[in-house]
Design a protein around this ligand. Sequence first.
Ligand code: NAD
Length: 462
Amino acid sequence: MEALKIEEIVKKVLLEISSKTETADEQYGIFQDMNDAVEAAWHAQKQLVKFNLETRGKFIEAMRKEARKHVELFAKMAVEESGMGRYEDKVLKNIVAIEKTPGIEDLRSEAYTGDDGLTLIELSPYGVIGAITPTTNPTETVICNAIGMIAAGNTVVFSPHPSAKNTSLKSVEILNRAIVEAGGPSNLLTTVSDPTLEQAEIMMKHKKVNMLVATGGPGVVKAVLSSGKKAIGAGAGNPPAVVDDTADIEKAAKDIISGCSFDNNLPCVAEKEVIVLDSVADYLIFNMKKHGAYEIKDADVLNRLQALISDERGNPNRDFVGKNADYILSKIGIDCDPSTKVIIMEVEKSHPFVVGELMMPVLPIVRVKDIDEAIALAVKVEHGFRHTAIMHSKNIDHLTRFAKEIQTTIFVKNGPSYAGIGVGGEGYTTFTIAGPTGEGLTSAKSFARTRRCTLVGGFSIK
Ligand code: NAD
């Protein structure tokens, strides 16, 4: 899987999209009442663990196979329903979730042997996991969580974002149908037809839900961490991209625009502000413009943009989250080429665009005098989220120092931010990056309990 290049994967999957079965009347895993959804998932988990690992692996392959047929549908529904993001990028994100989320192979055992016998450390299921999913990657998170959580022997009750309800429910239904058609139990994945905060509350408090996994902003992470249950929190980010005077500036400009504009800046890993050394700032901006950036220089225009898209603390106006750059500019009376990818502007370090997580293709640039100032500012505006940071540099000392000081879960060197989730970078993919609780880039083993089995005497052949 690792050896496959993203372009090859995209080509392969798009070729396979021929036998799309659009709708099913059966309500695979979708219940009206959250209590029923949890009960069904609880019963399904008892069934799931009766199958051997090889069969569990077959259910996962069936999910991947069926999901491949629907990547275009998932991308189309997500853009239409949420009003956010770019169709072609969502196709890619779904493909990556399907192809590069680890399955049962992620569950590695450990063994201790010696005169006293054999002790095994095994990864066992929690049971039923409550997974809360965001509007920014609705189907990608469902796919990624479903694969990882089922691989670890759990069933999942999803609580999707109401603004991406139909899209999320569709993906749950399609994955469930694939499992059932592969001979698996119904309801390995469940959810409710009308997800609300009240339904999420019921799910979080339900005694048959053993673990909670929240992918979203600070509110939902706090909610699961206050639940009293084992919880994984994958929260907000505000990734800074630092560019120093040793970087390949032309490549840095191209990478930053690619990363920042990917799905119109919705990914939590996407570049949210640039911090650049004064000596190379002009050349960086010049090159960013060559790669599809529109620069705002006029202070009045900048003020109008700010009044439109964010408050004074940098909280985004939801109406503009994930929208195209040309659409945002048109709302302040600027006509530009629809191919414009990102709106850039030079600002002071305390500007709301720098401080807040805008999640739109608007990229503030702060000019600093030296690397000390660059690193200090990047650490400050990342707010200790421990999420993602990017650096363009060829100076090993700078790269090492920044990585140590910023303490992020993902640190991308000399590439676009999405390389950090396995898109054009080595390693597997996840759409649940758990900085606050420390699991990092989650995978099946993050959703499993560590258990010890000790056999006393014998079995050691050392
Ligand atoms: P959001 O926080 O508005 O919603 C996320 C989910 O949490 C939704 O299902 C929502 O209904 C639910 N929710 C919100 N408050 C809740 C509460 N008090 N109790 C129960 N459920 C609650 O986020 P969003 O706008 O959908 O997504 C964008 C945010 O998510 C950004 O901050 C982004 O950085 C973050 N995000 C993080 C990751 C990651 O892996 N760390 C991945 C994707 C998105």
